[in-house]
Structures are given as structure tokens and as C-alpha cells.
Write a protein that binds this ligand. Structure first.
Ligand code: UD1
Ligand code: UDP
Length: 364
């Protein structure tokens, strides 16, 4: 059975790597790895780390690509690949444009599609944009829904997806994290160890413009009013993020801006961090497992489990709440301790194993 595994962006590569590596161990599976390369450098960083070489690479990324152009080019290119390769099953992970385009291309070619990380919902099409639409639309076209948690399964049932098409697997981000965190990790950036580390990431499209400027202003104030703190911010290469981040934060002594970190050094940075401030989906899943509190730069999240457990807090892209919550965690040891509990609501490291078991039943 020919199984095509799709990757487009950094988080897809991280979350698909355990699935690809597990499928490659199966004698019944002929694995083909398709990289759309919606991301270029950030995708390659992860693929190299996990030792996975794409069989097909569409090299689709263009600087500052629009969603329409990206989707249109992807559909045409993916259709050609499906026609040539004739896979029996196609898998993709998450809610990027790559995933939506692949689910649609498979539907048109009547190839069964398996959705890894299925069922995440905010129920608000504008937040996150365009990811909520991507995952809802992909979900309508999916044969196997691999839901990370019971609550993501409940979301799918609410949309009328039949119970027998859904498997709760845990999120494969935890598989990747456990595979990596066990290694000897080095960050490779000189930090002042006398200062507490705040790690920051941010890239959401709905925050572009004024909200992202406000996030940056809050980080600047936080750094300026806490000389015992150091902020490390690996900046996403999207020009809407990068240009503003360097303009507003570039000259603050205790803020270090850097290129996106390779996956292993980024895990090392998370492990060193006192606090994480981020709008990343993956980081919201990884940090609780490492016992690091996260302030999320969004008003809503499709990952409510860690919020319900009290280890992740939504602060929105708003100056005052970001500052207030971060300052509380810096100043109040009890508040900090309450959030710094190691819990892993998103998985146990066996997500890929469960996905492979479902596919084996179909393929063998
Ligand atoms: C994409 C996904 C988002 C995901 C995020 C993970 C969509 C619409 N968005 O957002 O869901 O959470 O990836 O990071 O699918 N760029 C580079 N080098 C890279 C990667 C990106 O220069 O390695 C720049 C390019 O100018 C590119 C731009 O970033 O045009 C935007 O990339 P794109 O994939 O469209 O969106 P992201 O904002 O990265
Ligand atoms: N990550 C990384 N280097 C960085 C920042 C993040 O390797 O400099 C990893 C992080 O560990 C997580 C993933 O990238 O697994 C999250 O990707 P991103 O925030 O780009 O996308 P999202 O998860 O929001 O879709």
C-alpha cells in the first residue's frame, strides 16, 4: 500500500515526523514523503533534524505569498503529483493551506485522506485566520480523523462526523518532543544565566498590523521594567512579523532577536525558560509537558485543555493584559507555581503508533 505523507510548514514537519518514521518501519507500507515547501528554510530545518528526505518537493514558497496564489498553485501541483504517484492513502497534519489544498485535491481524485490533528475548533472562522476554515473544510473531506484529544473528538461528533471514522490518538507533537527532549540539547546562544529567560514566538495572521505592534510594545515595556529578565525571541520570517519585530524591539538591551531556531535548540530554550509568551499552537502543547507557563497572545484557542488545567492563560494581543499577567508571574511565586506544573493533556508519546494501527487495519 502506497501511503503519501504531506508536509508544508515547520509545525507539520515536526508533527508528521513521528508518523513518517513509524510508517517506514512497517513492511506493508510504501511511504512517499511529499513536501509542498510552503515554508522553505523552516521546513528544511526540521526535516534535516529528523533525517527525513522528501521524495517529492514542490518548492512552492514565494516571499510574502498571498493565500489565494498559494492555494491555487498548490491545487494544480498536488493534482499532478496524485495523478503520477497514485497513492492509496494520503495523510496531512493540521490546518495550513497545504492541508486544505491536499484534502481537496484528494477528494477530486477520490483518494482517501487521513487528517492528523483533526477536530480542533474555536468555532470562529476569523480566529485563527485562515486556519479555522482550513481545518473545517479539510474535515469535511476526510476519511480518517485522528483527533488528539477527547474534546477534539467531541467537536467532530458535533459536526456530524460518524464515531467510527474518529480515533483519539494523542497529539504527535508529544511523540516528537519526547524523542527530542531525551537527547543532549544545546541552545547555541549566549544567555546571561543570572537573568530569568522569557521565550517569545509570534506569527498569527489575525494579529498582523496594529495588534502585533501592541504585542511588541508590551514586550519592550516588560524588558525595560525588569532588568533581571532576558527575552529571547526567534522571529518568524514572515515579513509582516519580522519587519515590525526588528523595528520595535531591535535596540532593547535585554531583548535578543534571532532567526528561527532549529527544533532541538528551540526545545533547549523552552526547557531553560522561566515563562513563554506565544501565539503558537505547537508551543501551547509542548510547554505544559515541560512544566513551563505560557501566556497566549490570542483571545481564543482551539486548545482549551491546558487553559482548563490552569497552566496556559489567554492574554490576547493586548498591551496591558500581557504586561499584567507576565509581571504577576515574575513577582508572585505562588501564582507562578500554580502554572508551572508539568501536565500533558495533549498526548503520551504514542500518537504515531495509534495512527499506524488504524491504517494497518485498512491496508493489510
Ligand atoms: C503558516 C501557516 C500557519 C502556521 C504557520 C507555522 C497558512 C496560511 N499559514 O503561516 O497556519 O501556523 O505557517 O509557522 O498555511 N517565510 C520564509 N521562510 C520560511 C517560511 C516562511 O521566508 O521558511 C516567509 C515567506 O515570505 C512566506 C511568508 O513567510 O511568503 C508566509 O508564509 P506562509 O506559509 O504563507 O504563512 P505563515 O505566516 O508562515
Ligand atoms: N519551533 C522551532 N523553532 C522556533 C520556534 C518554534 O522549532 O524558533 C517549533 C516549536 O517547538 C513547535 C513548532 O515549531 O513545535 C511550532 O511552530 P509554529 O509556531 O511556527 O506553528 P504553529 O504551531 O502555531 O502552527
Amino acid at each position: 500500500m502506497k501511503i503519501m505523507c504531506t508536509v508544508g510548514t515547520r509545525p507539520e514537519a515536526i508533527k508528521m515526523a513521528p508518523v513518517i518514521l513509524a510508517l517506514k518501519q512497517q513492511p506493508w507500507a510504501e511511504v512517499r514523503v511529499l513536501a509542498t515547501a510552503q515554508h522553505r528554510h523552516m521546513l528544511d530545518q526540521v526535516m534535516t533534524f529528523f533525517g527525513i528526505v522528501p521524495d517529492i518537493d514542490l518548492n512552492i514558497m514565494k516571499p510574502n505569498q498571498t493565500l489565494t496564489e498559494l492555494t491555487a498553485r498548490l491545487l494544480l501541483e498536488l493534482d499532478k503529483v496524485l495523478l503520477e504517484e497514485k497513492p492509496d492513502v494520503v495523510l496531512a497534519q493540521g490546518d495550513t493551506t497545504t492541508v486544505f489544498a491536499m484534502a481537496l485535491a484528494c477528494f477530486y481524485r477520490r483518494i482517501p485522506f487521513g487528517h492528523v490533528e483533526a477536530g480542533l475548533r474555536t468555532w470562529d472562522m476569523q480566529n485563527p485566520f485562515p486556519e479555522e476554515a482550513n481545518r473545517v473544510l479539510a474535515g469535511r473531506l476526510t476519511r480518517w480523523h485522528f483527533a488528539p484529544t477527547e474534546s477534539s473528538k467531541a467537536n467532530l461528533l458535533r459536526e456530524g462526523i460518524p464515531d467510527q471514522d474518529i480515533t483519539v490518538t494523542g497529539n504527535t507533537v508529544i511523540d516528537a518532543l519526547l524523542m527530542t527532549a531525551a537527547k543532549d540539547l544545546t541552545l547555541g546562544i549566549d544567555l546571561d544565566d543570572s537573568k530569568r529567560l522569557i521565550l517569545v514566538t509570534s506569527h498569527r495572521r489575525e494579529n498582523f498590523g496594529a495588534p502585533f505592534r501592541e504585542i511588541c510594545r508590551a514586550l519592550k515595556t516588560l524588558a525595560e521594567s525588569n532588568s533581571d529578565v532576558q527575552i529571547l525571541y526567534p522571529v518568524h520570517p514572515n515579513p509582516n512579523v519580522k519587519d515590525v519585530a526588528y523595528e520595535v524591539l531591535g535596540n532593547t538591551p535585554n531583548i535578543i532577536l534571532c532567526e528561527p531556531l532549529d527544533y532541538a535548540p528551540f526545545i533547549a530554550a523552552m526547557k531553560k525558560a522561566y515563562l513563554i509568551i506565544s501565539d503558537s499552537g505547537g508551543v501551547q502543547e509542548e510547554a505544559p509537558a515541560l512544566g513551563i507557563p505560557v501566556l497566549v497572545l490570542r483571545d481564543e484557542t482551539e486548545r482549551p485543555e491546558a487553559v482548563d488545567m490552569g497552566v496556559v492563560k489567554l492574554v490576547g494581543p493586548n498591551h496591558d493584559p500581557i504586561l499584567k499577567e507576565a509581571q504577576t508571574l515574575l513577582d508572585n511565586p505562588a501564582a507562578y507555581k500554580a502554572m508551572a506544573r508539568g501536565v500533558s493533556p495533549y498526548g503520551d508519546g504514542k500518537g504515531a503508533e495509534r495512527i499506524v494501527a488504524v491504517l494497518k487495519e485498512y491496508c493489510v
